[in-house]
Design a protein around this ligand. Structure first.
Ligand code: ADP
Ligand code: MG
Length: 248
């Protein structure tokens, strides 16, 4: 369980996140939805203790997250940052094994875990020696997720993981991610600004605007009982134009 209590973050006069209360249950995929600049990445950084809140707290398994215990928190949280964030000077293999090496895993366990993840992501072994710039966008995202999964954390945070991909690769990866999340039973907090991606992957949706949570619930709740007109217009903004709908 991730408990978020009165959590806020200001940058000078910018209210990146306004006081937020939320309980995110274990083993589910929670999607944070909202336009650019509404505070989604800030929330993820607060959850994993990369930044200090202005007020309030995040509690994971009964323990308060803080920047001073970030290294310990990081063992239990896999974080896929926006654009994937693979180290360009390391091969795919070195990228995914780094955290395990730093934490003193032995070679046999590293190899076992890597092979398991390669199979899970249906990746060819030959890709392991490639550098990020030699991989396609979809392959890079798969390796970013594998890197986040390496230490087998309970929680996975993903910041717009599919944002930079072309539509066909993106839709394949959406299906793969849904399957993987269900199989692994992780608690996932995923950020996107794509309504349909959120609807497809999210057990719950939290819709933000200007640092404020407008509504939290199942996608069907937001559709059938939107909290206000912004929620309904945000959800409808990504529907195809009426003329296109007629062709469907
Ligand atoms: P999102 O991920 O939803 O696009 P962010 O969480 O990145 O939004 O940003 C929310 C707001 O906080 C934006 O107005 C952004 O400019 C501001 N912000 C984020 N990080 C910083 C920072 N380190 N310093 C100053 N302002 C920031
Ligand atoms: Mg962001």
């Amino acid at each position: 369980m991730i408990e978020i209590k009165g959590l806020s973050k200001n940058y000078g006069s910018v209210k990146a996140l306004q006081p937020l209360n939320l309980r995110l249950s274990v083993g589910k995929t929670h999607v944070c939805l909202g336009s650019s600049g509404c505070g989604k990445s800030t929330l993820l950084r607060l959850i994993c203790g990369l930044i200090e809140p202005t007020e309030g707290e995040v509690i994971i398994n009964g323990k308060k997250v803080s920047t001073s215990s970030q290294r310990k928190t990081a063992l239990n949280i896999g974080y896929v940052i926006q654009e994937g964030g693979l180290f360009p000077h390391l091969t795919a293999k070195e990228n995914i094994e780094l955290a395990a090496k730093v934490n003193g895993w032995n070679k046999i366990n590293i190899k076992k875990r890597r092979s398991y993840l390669m199979e899970l992501m249906t990746m060819k072994e030959s890709l392991l020696e490639k550098f990020p710039k030699q991989l396609s966008g979809g392959q890079r995202q798969r390796f970013s997720l594998m890197r986040a999964l390496m230490l087998d954390p309970e929680i996975i945070l993903m910041d717009e993981p599919l944002g930079a991909l072309d539509p066909v690769v993106r839709s394949h990866l959406q299906i793969e991610l849904k399957d993987i999340f269900e199989k692994l039973n992780k608690t996932v907090v995923m950020v996107t600004h794509d309504v349909w991606e959120g609807a497809f992957l999210g057990d719950t949706i939290s819709l933000f605007d200007q640092g404020q949570l407008l509504q939290h619930g199942k996608f069907s709740d937001l559709m059938t009982s939107p909290a206000n007109s912004f929620v309904s217009s945000f959800l409808k903004a990504q529907w195809p134009p009426k003329e296109v709908m007629e062709w469907l």
